[in-house]
Design a protein around this ligand. Sequence first.
Ligand code: ADP
Ligand code: AMP
Length: 216
Amino acid sequence: MRIILLGAPGAGKGTQAATLNEELNAPHIATGDLFRAALSQGTPLGLEAKSYMDRGELVPDNVTVRMLLERISQPDAADGYILDGFPRSLAQAEALDDALKSRNENIDKVLLVDVSEDELVRRLSGRWICRTCQKPFHVINNPPKKDGLCDVCDPEDGELYQRDDDKPETVRNRLGVYQDQTAPLIDYYTAQGILTSINGEQEIESVRADLLAALE
Ligand code: ADP
Ligand code: AMP
């Protein structure tokens, strides 16, 4: 299945994708993770993305679309994938649809994880991420078993860190960018008849159950 997890920054897309990928046996492809990996390797793509990410702006569509199309062409994505953080603009959604159509493929389902703005701010300000596997934790809602260490990657690895763009000023900008540029995708996919909205403001396990039910 080809699935899109749609939702504002902090809605819980990465948290859910980290377990849905095992259940569905499909890779979790997060464009934010791909940009951060490129940045930590110091590639030209990473350096180009950095100035946009630091400000909470979208990386230009042509750069992002090229990176994503290359990623979904890899063998592990041949039978499906879970997209997280892509598409984030109408131009990206249309480019994805065009590319899929040329291969006789389509997106099967778009799952909107719906969370209020106050809760998004609370979640992002308490988010800690594993440097090794990118799994998100939360100081209060979803704490790691050991302080500062990822439950999955400890003991070899798994230092947790806070993203620079989770600072309050950048968070406000990212939520504005979501409303202006990404929220119009809700109508776009509703018109295609493939969007289901899930209440993201429940316990992590309940959100997971609703997502799985929507996929049945
Ligand atoms: P996104 O990938 O949509 O930006 P994350 O999955 O990184 O969001 O989640 C943002 C923060 O909220 C993380 O700190 C995560 O632990 C926490 N979180 C995720 N889902 C829930 C939930 N259902 N209830 C409470 N906190 C959550
Ligand atoms: P995320 O990890 O999804 O919160 O993304 C972090 C940052 O990466 C965003 O604020 C953007 O600067 C950039 N980014 C990630 N995905 C996209 C996308 N689909 N289009 C443009 N920029 C993106």
